[in-house]
Design a protein around this ligand. Structure first.
Ligand code: FEO
Length: 170
């Protein structure tokens, strides 16, 4: 049985992951409107990843005998000035998510909940990749600046990203 404190923290994280999914889907819609279908694809895959993160927490909480309780998803932004601002926001958001995961890990330690410590390690590792992915694209965008052909080639590259459900890989 999982502690009430851990149960609440995981339910909050399910909501945070769903909010992240909604944020990236909103960014995907923005890019579609800008005729940047590769960027839109990258964000749609990001949305799918976030749903899979929420479902990993969902499955774990249920498995531990906890009660999953879904809360409303707050409104997300819908407008940005362009790709650079979007990837700045993405990197900032992923750093925030990393701090949320670190807090969850701290709670698991405080509660002496070793199963949750073990479970959360996957998310600690995942966040390293999440921050690195956003940072890499942001750096490329800053290098490209206003060069339209650079944006065109990056759009083509981001269009090849496909969703692989890494939460199922172990
Ligand atoms: Fe669920 Fe992007 O971290």
């Amino acid at each position: 049985m999982i502690s009430e404190k851990m149960e609440k923290a995981i339910n909050d994280q399910i909501n945070a992951e769903m909010w992240s999914a909604y944020l990236y889907l909103s960014m995907s819609a923005y890019f579609l409107d800008q005729n940047l279908s590769g960027f839109a694809n990258w964000m749609k895959v990001q949305y799918q990843e976030e749903v899979s993160h929420a479902m990993k927490f969902f499955g774990y909480l249920a498995e531990r005998g906890g009660r999953v309780t879904l809360k409303p998803i707050s409104e997300v932004p819908v407008e940005w000035s362009g790709p650079v601002e979007i990837f700045e926001e993405t990197l900032k958001h992923e750093r925030h998510v990393t701090s949320l995961i670190n807090n969850l890990m701290n709670i698991a330690f405080d509660e002496r909940d070793h199963a949750s410590v073990s479970f959360l390690q996957w998310f600690i590792d995942e966040q390293v990749e999440e921050e690195s992915n956003a940072d890499e694209i942001l750096k490329q965008l800053r290098m490209i600046g206003d060069q339209k052909h650079g944006i065109f080639f990056l759009d083509r590259e981001l269009g090849s990203r496909t969703f692989v459900d890494s939460t199922q890989s172990e």
